[in-house]
Design a protein around this ligand. Structure first.
Ligand code: DX5
Ligand code: ZN
Length: 217
């Protein structure tokens, strides 16, 4: 199991402090939510802020692109040191090409599905992916409630991957993950847990440790 705190819920006035707390708590990777105001309503940050984040940590950076021009943005974030880049199937009609491009830029390539997007979108592209991110909320905001139908979807996808020689592909879950539901997500087959509001408020390091404990209990 890997824990990926989402910096979307960090205190942007104290970004370095919060990144250090993530490191201290044993975060495996930092999740970076890039929103463009088109695919999702808000705008978060682009490469200028990302470059600063990159300079502050050696942890792998997991860039979740919630943008309509994902291929172009993937190139920019890869050039600035992203390690993982995921793109939404809903806005990437040429998904194999998008994933292959990300790999060719030296990054791990992920395909993301919204909560109601058919799993076949990820299944049919799985051989070109290094991980699959299943949203457990509709993307765009931190602090939303976990959508329970994620659990069945995750179980179905995990079984399908294992039955089709793709057991090396991990499933990442994003949205509403907290200590109270981490165990359910892991039992359903999630191996990478994104958590924003669940860990980034209060004692971040302690929250990350508690999430790991809950997920492995
Ligand atoms: C939502 C983002 C998430 C968000 C998660 O669109 O993709 O990564 O930061 O935040 P929580 O854990 O608060 O739901
Ligand atoms: Zn995200």
């Amino acid at each position: 199991m890997q824990i990926a705190p989402s910096l979307l819920s960090a205190d942007f006035g104290h970004l370095e402090r919060d990144i250090r707390a993530c490191e201290e708590g044993g975060a495996d990777v930092l999740h970076i939510d890039v929103m463009d105001g088109h695919f999702v309503p808000p705008i978060t940050f682009g490469t200028v802020v990302f470059q600063r984040i990159r300079s502050l940590t050696t942890l792998p950076l997991d860039v979740h692109l919630m943008v309509t021009n994902a291929d172009h943005q993937a190139e920019l974030f890869a050039a600035d040191g992203a390690n993982w880049i995921s793109v939404h199937a809903e806005v990437c009609p040429h998904l194999h090409r998008s994933l292959n491009n990300i790999r060719s830029l030296g990054c791990k390539a992920g395909v993301v599905l919204n909560p109601v997007t058919p799993l076949s979108f990820a299944m049919d592209a799985a051989e070109a992916a290094d991980f699959i991110l299943l949203m457990s909320v509709n993307p765009g905001y931190g602090g939303q409630n976990f959508i329970p139908s994620f659990l069945k979807r995750c179980e179905t996808l995990r079984s399908w991957l294992d039955a089709n020689g793709l057991s090396h592909i991990p499933i990442e879950v994003d949205g509403g993950i907290k200590a109270s539901n981490a165990r359910d997500a892991v039992s359903a087959g999630a191996e990478i847990l994104v958590s924003g509001s669940g860990v980034m408020h209060g004692d971040i390091a302690q929250n990350i440790r508690a999430l790991r404990k809950a997920g492995t209990a």
